[in-house]
Design a protein around this ligand. Structure first.
Ligand SMILES: [Fe+2]
Length: 313
């Protein structure tokens, strides 16, 4: 089926209405709505970045006030502020547990500032359920599509506690082999999520080109750059294959500050930006804010990106 923009948006409105209707039949709180957070950068020790922590607490308040509640919250990496310290994950767990306690599932992938051992210690099921042992990999059921979360963290667990690790990301051979099998066997639309995208290096075919081997590949979602940026990527010049990609804002540390509400329907998905702030590199009082900061907030107010499922792709 082919649908135009108006039809697609109409479908999304119908999906929202369907969610509302379902509230009456499922006890009140489920719908194919998810919240995407990235670059949480939570610091457990001295509050150099207290803003990030306070902002995440407010975001959790906002998520818990959504009606119906989202089915899940996906964190796209850099949960830790800088070094992947145990105290960072203790603090992040304290804040994010409010979501789990309300029945909102949490899903993760890891970023360059994270450290697997301390993270897995706080969320052991992420290690237990990963199809690639030792990596934080999962497939999230988004309703009408899947979200494949890959683990691009290159930094070794054994690195010094004052070593923030390499900025760029990578995917090891075992993950790439598993991902290749997933793509080859995909039977419905799927998205892929990683922390890095432009800084994500692997040998041979790029990860997005590997995903595009399946006609069901519907888009790549990532963070790391701390900006809302919908774009596209050519995945095959010969066949004219092009796929949407989306960079997420940070939930609290410099750049575009906010989160994304991601809704799926039978026809596609819609990402809606919830823009909360902009600053670089540290917050400033209102009288000292450069004009660009508020201009940026105004420019992005109500921004959306669409990911239609095109069966003819
Ligand atoms: Fe990052």
């Amino acid at each position: 089926m082919k649908i135009d923009r108006r039809g697609f948006i109409g479908c999304m409105a119908a999906a929202s209405a369907g969610c509302a209707a379902r509230r009456g039949t499922d006890g009140g709180s489920r719908c194919d709505t998810f919240v995407f957070l990235s670059d949480l950068h939570i610091e457990g020790a001295a509050p150099t970045y207290a803003y990030s922590k306070k902002r995440l607490e407010k975001t959790v308040d906002e998520i818990l006030s959504m009606s119906p509640l989202p089915r899940g919250v996906v964190c796209f990496g850099d949960i830790s502020c800088t070094y992947g310290l145990d105290a960072d994950y203790i603090e992040a767990k304290r804040i994010l547990s409010r979501l789990e306690n309300a029945g909102v599932a949490l899903h993760f992938t890891l970023g360059n500032h994270d450290r697997r051992s301390f993270f897995f210690d706080k969320w052991p099921r992420c290690a237990e359920n990963s199809p690639v042992p030792g990596r934080c990999v999962s497939v999230v059921d988004l309703g009408s599509a899947d979200l494949v979360l890959l683990d691009a963290l290159k930094g070794a667990d054994e690195r010094a506690l004052t070593d923030m690790g390499p900025v760029e990301g990578g995917l090891d051979d075992r993950q790439l082999a598993w991902f290749g099998d997933f793509v080859a066997n995909a039977a419905r639309p799927f998205f892929v999520g990683t922390h890095q995208f432009s800084d994500l290096y692997v040998k041979g075919l790029s990860p997005v080109e590997r995903a595009a081997k399946s006609r069901h590949f519907s888009g790549w979602i990532y963070g790391h750059d701390h900006k809302w940026q919908p774009s596209f990527r050519a995945c095959g010049w010969k066949d004219g294959v092009i796929k949407p990609i989306l960079c997420l804002p940070s939930s609290g540390l410099w750049g575009d500050i906010g989160y994304v509400v991601f809704r799926t329907s039978a026809h596609g998905a819609e990402a809606e930006l919830k823009m909360q702030d902009f600053y670089f590199t540290m917050p400033r009082p209102a009288a000292e804010r450069p004009s660009f900061w508020d201009a940026r907030i105004g420019d992005l107010k109500g921004a959306r990106a669409h990911f239609p499922f095109d069966r003819h792709a």
